[in-house]
Design a protein around this ligand. Sequence first.
Ligand SMILES: Nc1nc2c(c(=O)[nH]1)N[C@H]1C(S)=C(S)[C@@H](COP(=O)(O)O)O[C@H]1N2
Ligand SMILES: [Mo]
Length: 156
Amino acid sequence: MNIQVQDEQIGLDTYGVEEIVELAPLKLPLENRVPSVQGDAFDLKSWYKAWALSHGKTGAPSPTHLKVEAVDEFQAVIPWDELDQALFLYAQAGAKLAKGYPIRLYVPDGSSECLNVKSVVKLWFLHDSGAAKEASYGFKNTISLEEITSNKRGLS
Ligand SMILES: Nc1nc2c(c(=O)[nH]1)N[C@H]1C(S)=C(S)[C@@H](COP(=O)(O)O)O[C@H]1N2
Ligand SMILES: [Mo]
């Protein structure tokens, strides 16, 4: 199963699990940051930097949010500030994930456990300083457009 990664300032790529893991500069046991769950994980923010670099982008501004979408259309939009400890679980006991395949997001210092999105297949790195300052999550089309874009821009 493929994972799509997009950033308007960098590009759009499609990776398999092995490819996305290969790009990661910081791999670590998930339990280092999420003591209750074991597995192999990689750090989100250093992955993003490495990905930007792979496109020749060094001094690009940080995203404002990460949006993830899962196979079941569950999605979350999370402010960049909540993601310092965020990581993706990609294997457990040397095997692909039985629950959460292809990769699962964990946000240890996030505002809710509901942000630990399973079966992530799309990552959008957003640059939208007007977007919500609080994380949101839910099934696609139940999360309102207002929640995603927030601050009621463009309505007047
Ligand atoms: N893809 C996907 N990820 C998801 C959900 C979901 O419905 N679909 N539910 C979220 C919610 S609301 C919670 S509380 C946790 C539950 O994680 P668990 O299944 O490991 O208990 O997963 C989150 N990740
Ligand atoms: Mo939840």
